[in-house]
Design a protein around this ligand. Structure first.
Ligand code: AKB
Length: 316
C-alpha cells in the first residue's frame, strides 16, 4: 500500500498535488506536511496533516515512522526571487532540507520526488532547445541549490539505492494557490489582474521567453514519473519538462481572445529580469517523452480558456 508524505503541502504545487494523490491513493494514505501556514478547507478536512519543517530531521522522521510512509514528494522550497533576497535561508531550506529528507528516505526506504527547475541552468547554457544534458552554471542561489539538489539525488540513488526521481519544472500556472516569490509568478498574476481589473503591469520585459506549464500537467507529470518503471529511467532526477514557451506579449494576446478590453504595460523588476535572462527560452523535453511518456495536454490558449473560466467564477 502506497503511503505518501507531501512536504510543502500548502504551497502552489503541494496544495493541488496532495488533493490529486488523495483522490488516487485514498485520503488517509496521503499526509500533508505543513510548516508555517496551516491547511484550510478541503486540504485540511480530507486527510491527515502534520507539521514537517524539512530543516528538522526529527520532525520528518517522526511523521514517516508514524504513518509508515514509503514515498515522499518533497516540495518545500524557497523560489528564485526570494532566494536572491535571502540566500542563506534558500541554502538551508533547499539543500539542508533536501539532505534531511534523503537521509530519512535512506533510513526508512522511501522513494523521493524532488522538483528541480529551469533555474538549474545559466547564461552559458544553450538557451534555445536546451538539451537534457548540458552546461549548468547558474548564477543565482536558487540555481545553485537546484543543481546541487539534482546531483545529491543522483548520488543517493547511486550510492544508497534510494529511488529518487525529479523534474526540471518551468513556470507553473495555476488557479488554486498563488506561487510565492518566483520569477515566473507574473504568468499567474496576469490572469487574476485581467479578471479583477482588466489590466496588468508586467515585471518582465517584452520578448522574455520562458518555458511554462499548466498545473494539471505539472501534477500528472510528477505522478507519472513516480509510477514509471524505474528500469526505463536514465535521467532519474532532472527531466526537462515543458508544455509551452511564451513571452509576456503572447500571454497578453491569449487573454485578449477571451477579454478583448485587457491591456498590459511594463514596469521591469531588474532582479527578476536578470534571473529570467539567465534561464532557457525553451527546453528540449524529448528524454522525458521517451523514457516515461511525458505528454502535456495544455497549450497557451487551452490554459488561458480554463484559467479564465475558473477565476471568473471565483473572483466575480
Ligand atoms: C521560479 O520562478 O522561481 C519558479 C521556477 C521556474 O522554478 N517558478
Amino acid at each position: 500500500m502506497t503511503k505518501i508524505l507531501v512536504t510543502g503541502a500548502v504551497g502552489q504545487i503541494g496544495s493541488e498535488l496532495t488533493m490529486e494523490l488523495r483522490e488516487r491513493y485514498g485520503n488517509e494514505n496521503v499526509v500533508a506536511g505543513v510548516h508555517r501556514t496551516q491547511p484550510e478547507g478541503e486540504l485540511k478536512d480530507s486527510g491527515p496533516h502534520e507539521t514537517v519543517d524539512c530543516t528538522d530531521t526529527e520532525q520528518i522522521k517522526r511523521v514517516v515512522e508514524k504513518y509508515n510512509i514509503d514515498t515522499i514528494y518533497h516540495l518545500a522550497a524557497i523560489l528564485s526571487a526570494v532566494a536572491e533576497e535571502k540566500p542563506h535561508l534558500a541554502w538551508k531550506v533547499n539543500i539542508d532540507g533536501l539532505y534531511n529528507v534523503l537521509e530519512v528516505a535512506r533510513e526508512f526506504d522511501c522513494a523521493v520526488f524532488t522538483p528541480s527547475s529551469i533555474g538549474a541552468f545559466g547564461k552559458s547554457t544553450p538557451l534555445d532547445n536546451t538539451p537534457q544534458d548540458t552546461i549548468q552554471r547558474p548564477s543565482t542561489m536558487y540555481g545553485v541549490t537546484k543543481v546541487s539538489g539534482e546531483l545529491l539525488c543522483d548520488y543517493y540513488y547511486k550510492r544508497f539505492g534510494v529511488d529518487t526521481r525529479g523534474l526540471r519544472y518551468p513556470g507553473i500556472i495555476s488557479n488554486v494557490t498563488l506561487p510565492g516569490g518566483g520569477t515566473t509568478d507574473y504568468a499567474v498574476e496576469i490572469y487574476y489582474e485581467a479578471i479583477k481589473n482588466g489590466k496588468y503591469t508586467c515585471n518582465l520585459k517584452k520578448g522574455t521567453f520562458l518555458d511554462m506549464m499548466y498545473m494539471p500537467d505539472a501534477i500528472k507529470g510528477a505522478i507519472d514519473l513516480m509510477e514509471a518503471d524505474g528500469n526505463s529511467l536514465t535521467h532519474r532526477n532532472a527531466f526537462n519538462v515543458t508544455a509551452m514557451s511564451f513571452e509576456p506579449e503572447m500571454i497578453a494576446e491569449s487573454i485578449k481572445k477571451f477579454i478583448p478590453e485587457f491591456t498590459m504595460d511594463y514596469d521591469v523588476d531588474p532582479v527578476k529580469q536578470e534571473i529570467a535572462d539567465s534561464w532557457p527560452n525553451k527546453m528540449d523535453d524529448s528524454a522525458a517523452r521517451q523514457e516515461w511518456g511525458w505528454d502535456p495536454q495544455y497549450d497557451l490558449d487551452a490554459m488561458t480558456k480554463d484559467m479564465i473560466k475558473v477565476l471568473r467564477k471565483r473572483l466575480k
